[in-house]
Design a protein around this ligand. Sequence first.
Ligand SMILES: [Zn+2]
Length: 210
Amino acid sequence: MRFVERLLLENQAWASEIKHRDPNMFDRLSAGQSPEVLWIGCSDSRVPAEQLCNTSPGEMFIHRNVANRVCPNETGFMSVLEYAVAVLKVRHIIVCGHHRCGGIKAAMTDENTGLSHLDHHLDGIRNVRRRHADELAEITDDAERLDRLVAFNVADQIRTLSELPLIQAHWSRHQLPTIHGMVYALETGRLREIQRWNGEGCERVQACAV
Ligand SMILES: [Zn+2]
């Protein structure tokens, strides 16, 4: 069986199962959405937000791109953020990086990938790497160094997010949304929070946090 045929069959099975388990779910979802969370994650196929958080349809508003970047100059990104904050009024924004991220790995060097859009997208992460060059150089294990840059990148993205006028304006009026920096470990399936920001500043959630 071809892959897309499999997907269509799986979808029919899923819809039937949901209908059996929760007969009103599709009616509820048809009426509207009020997700609690905007998730900004990596496009990597190994990091499916809803599955790893065990959420149901309607609970997460999602934007994914390579290496979970906050992109103030991109209309696509900003329209998601604007709608999530101003209309859906999400209470939380999660920026989630993950171990062994291919985008972060590509940004570990200044070598072009040969993909012009991707290189442009990775520029900001290469700057993060340069800013933390001394600390990264002290880590001898390649995978560990990569995962450290993953955490630095998450911290950089939530700092950028917290400085946007849209977020600042909402913080001054509502003290929301809370912004969470998280890292997902592919090798264990575990998600951990490393930073939490609200209108009053940054809280380092774990001792190992950046
Ligand atoms: Zn990734």
